[in-house]
Ligand binder design. Structure first.
Ligand code: NAP
Length: 303
């Protein structure tokens, strides 16, 4: 599909793209670059790239597809650095968990003749780094592409086919809409998980270890989400502020209603609310975005 692709940032997502691209024979050369010499050495040792470059310009040179896979906060600097070295007609894409801010930060540096098409795979784990990646991460998961108005349709079709080759199902939407949808499906759940785990941690002194001991009663599932990379998630909240605040307002209103129902002993309200929510989980299992196996069917590494 491509002679050369370049992946910038060789952590969980970057390394998984490399593994899956190799599995799907999507590129003759998979080039990689990471800012960290240690990560570069570890990536070279694992061998998911054909070549790990020490030099950003050399990594992207002649690449027909360049994918930014660093935390979103690093995008602006990377875009500025690679811009003069991008090949004419190359596709410049990314995997960032927010899209409006990516358009804002990367867009101004995109040279004429380069096709900038942001994207976001809805797949991940709580693990980070080049060892965390695996070829099946995107299988059956959605990848959302957010082409800008006037985007070259052939380039969009090529990127879509690339993600399908990685195993994904592909949807397209406008960046602002993506940020609103992800604020409720991903960003807010992470904020809540970070908060509840933090609160429980603070209570640990009071409960003398019982939070950990009895964690299977519900708390454990929050700790998986709250184990996610702190740099990545800091950047998500810094870069999707408006949508997250909008969803947080709504969340707080609903929480207040539950609080009132608990205070007033309104069992009917609680039962109705909980019953409705059960149906959502059933629907997620039915469309194959989760499985019904114990412990959500997760093994040690893969979600
Ligand atoms: P990760 O495992 O921490 O990998 C990110 C890598 O990028 C690290 O090796 C990091 O090096 C490197 N890096 C940082 N700044 C760089 C720069 N300026 N130039 C080159 N490399 C740089 O993170 P990840 O989970 O793969 O996330 C990467 C991107 O995927 C993020 O934008 C995130 O929003 C998106 N995403 C993540 C998930 C998920 O579940 N994790 C899902 C979908 C999308 P250092 O470690 O030395 O900083």
């Amino acid at each position: 599909m491509f002679d050369k692709i370049a992946i910038i940032g060789l952590g969980l997502i970057g390394s998984s793209i490399a593994h899956a691209a190799r599995r799907g024979k999507l590129a003759k050369e998979i080039a990689g670059f990471d800012v960290s010499a240690d990560v570069r050495a570890r990536a070279a040792k694992i061998g998911f790239c054909d070549q790990v470059y020490d030099d950003l310009a050399a990594a992207v040179k002649n690449a027909q597809l360049v994918i930014l896979a660093t935390p979103v906060g690093a995008y602006k600097g990377v875009a500025e650095a690679i811009a003069p070295h991008l090949a004419k007609d190359a596709i410049l894409s990314d995997v960032g968990s927010v899209k409006g801010a990516v358009v804002r930060d990367v867009g101004p540096f995109v040279p004429a003749g380069v096709h900038f098409i942001p994207a976001h795979p809805i797949a991940g784990t709580e693990f980070s780094g080049p060892e965390a990646g695996f070829a099946t991460l995107f299988d059956g998961r959605w990848a959302i592409i957010t082409p800008l108005p006037g985007a070259d349709s052939a380039a969009v079709a090529r990127l879509r086919a690339f993600w399908e080759g990685l195993g994904s199902r592909v949807d397209a939407m406008e960046p602002g809409h993506h940020d609103l949808v992800l604020a409720i499906t991903s960003h807010l759940p992470h904020l809540i998980a970070y908060n509840i785990v933090g609160t429980a941690h603070d209570l640990e002194a009071v409960t003398e270890g019982e939070v950990i001991k009895y964690s299977a009663s519900g708390f454990r599932d929050f700790t998986r989400i709250a184990a996610s990379d702190p740099i990545m998630w800091r950047d998500v909240f810094l870069n999707n502020r408006d949508a997250v605040l909008q969803m947080l307002d709504r969340f707080n209103e609903d929480l207040r209603q539950l609080q009132d129902a608990v205070r007033e002993g309104d069992g009917e309200f609680l039962f109705d609310k909980f019953s409705k929510n059960r149906a959502i989980r059933k629907a997620i299992i039915e469309i194959g975005q989760e499985c019904a196996a114990p412990n959500f069917g997760r093994d040690q590494k893969k979600t």
